[in-house]
Unconditional design. Structure first.
Length: 377
């Protein structure tokens, strides 16, 4: 009898513990669901009030000419509603000047487009380092790939904190290519690249900076500099899957990939798409990256002004091609005329129905959701 009472007590306690634990899990899930739906609902509300011009502006990230928002820049932002900006050394003189510039961009783009911008930078380290005389001397990825793993996370945190103070919220890093020249890759070994890139992503995330995996599907084997002209990576698909694609695929699967970017190369990969460069390839961006790898974040093209694209397509058509194929944001880094041509091409295609209104609205919603999720941290 006593034994039965003891057993009954144990069962009762176990049920109570289980109930409490299950109740807590349900509460946590409910809270997470409410937060998710709140951001989704906020984003949907913002997008529903956007004009056609504002929606198209969200699909672009542009470069500006100088260190201040001058009359020409102000006019471009107001007329074309560009929603996102990338900075270069031409825009950056010192910390105070950059803080003023990013604050002005936040204000003006927010007013013109209805939502604050992504403000991005290429701050890889090594050979690719903006405002070098006013910034910590970040080692190259090649150097970090030969050091202790933790150093990569520490340097990402150091970089992230500096960028955050400057009003920058996106870093075009880490490079996930294998064996890229000028010390821009952690290694030629995909497993090493995966391990170090994951540490970099973790460091950026902990400092509130959105990271960008580049240059999908991997340009380490390219023989022609895409800045100069188009070229192809002629490896077989099996080799690409085992080598260049592997760190991208594994990072996407290992991490919460919804609030991050993947930058897609403007090189051609015949084993993946015989006809089109990656940044205008539905087979690469939609079939592989979205559908096969289940990537949920934003897809960003590499700079459309590089010779790989600008020598073979008009600016008015390349943006439309990229968006149709699966890109979310078109990057045009330097010339206002080129930026405006891409914009006008997108707007014309959107209004004519060549670009599906439903698909464009979903892309804009995805962009706005990520902006709100970033701001909610």
């Amino acid at each position: 009898m006593k034994i039965n009472k003891v057993i009954a007590s144990i069962v009762l306690i176990s049920m109570t513990v289980c109930f409490s634990g299950c109740k807590q899990e349900v509460q946590n899930e409910a809270q997470s669901s409410v937060q998710h739906h709140t951001i989704n609902e906020q984003a949907a509300q913002i997008v529903s009030h956007m004009s056609d011009t504002q929606k198209i502006g969200q699909l672009m990230m542009i470069g500006i000419t100088g260190p201040v928002v001058d009359i020409k820049t102000d006019h471009a932002l107001a007329k074309y509603k560009f929603g996102n900006v990338i900075l270069f050394d031409r825009n950056m003189q010192n910390q105070n000047q950059v803080k003023k510039l990013t604050a002005d961009l936040q204000e003006k783009i927010g007013i013109n487009s209805g939502i604050f911008p992504f403000i991005a930078l290429d701050q890889e380290g090594g050979a690719v380092l903006r405002m070098r005389s006013h910034f910590p001397e970040v080692p190259s990825e090649q150097e970090l790939g030969q050091r202790k793993l933790l150093e990569t996370k520490v340097w990402a945190e150091t970089t992230g904190k500096e960028l955050k103070q400057l009003g920058i919220n996106v870093n075009f890093s880490p490079v996930v290519d294998l064996g890229l020249s000028h010390g821009r890759s952690y290694s030629e070994n995909p497993d090493v690249v995966l391990t170090y890139a994951e540490q970099a992503c973790t460091g950026y995330k902990e400092t509130g900076i959105l990271c960008v995996l580049k240059h999908f599907p991997g340009i380490g084997k390219a023989e022609i500099d895409p800045h100069m002209d188009g070229g192809s990576v002629d490896a077989e698909r099996e080799q690409l899957e085992q080598e260049d694609l592997k760190p991208f695929r594994d990072l996407i699967q290992h991490m919460d990939n919804k609030n991050m970017f993947v930058m897609v190369s403007n090189m051609t990969f015949p084993a993946l798409d015989m006809q089109y460069p990656a940044c205008v390839s539905e087979k690469i961006m939609t079939d592989i990256l979205r559908n096969q790898y289940k990537y949920k974040g934003l897809i960003l093209t590499d700079d459309m002004e590089m010779g790989a694209m600008s020598k073979h397509y008009t600016f008015s058509q390349m943006g439309v091609m990229a968006i149709k194929a699966g890109a979310d944001i078109i990057l045009v880094c330097h010339d206002y005329e080129h930026e405006q041509e891409v914009y006008k091409g997108l707007l014309k295609a959107y209004r004519s129905g060549e670009l599906s209104r439903d698909k464009i609205d979903k892309k804009v919603l995805r962009i706005v959701e990520m902006k709100l999720a970033y701001n909610d941290k």
